[in-house]
Design a protein around this ligand. Sequence first.
Ligand code: ZN
Ligand code: ZN
Length: 94
Amino acid sequence: MEEHLQTAATPGSRNDARRAREIESAQGHTRYTIGGRAHERIRYGDAREGGDPPLASCPDCGAAEGQLHVPGCDVEVCPACGGRVVSCDCPYGL
Ligand SMILES: [Zn+2]
Ligand SMILES: [Zn+2]
């Protein structure tokens, strides 16, 4: 009988430092171009994507309320369709 408990987001100082840098650099990318038009990205907390009651920071990328998600975050909401950036079909461009 083996038990593998999934430990989500194990606190580790090295990880935290890397994550903090990722979040920091994500703040510079405030827009997406979707289908040829610029869309302001949705910040963590703006779409109540943190659940109810909301978590203090994004459960996936760790962005604090009011911060932009790290690119590739599962939780980030698409500004064009309201779906998830990682799974919606919007034509994201550069
Ligand atoms: Zn996030
Ligand atoms: Zn979309």
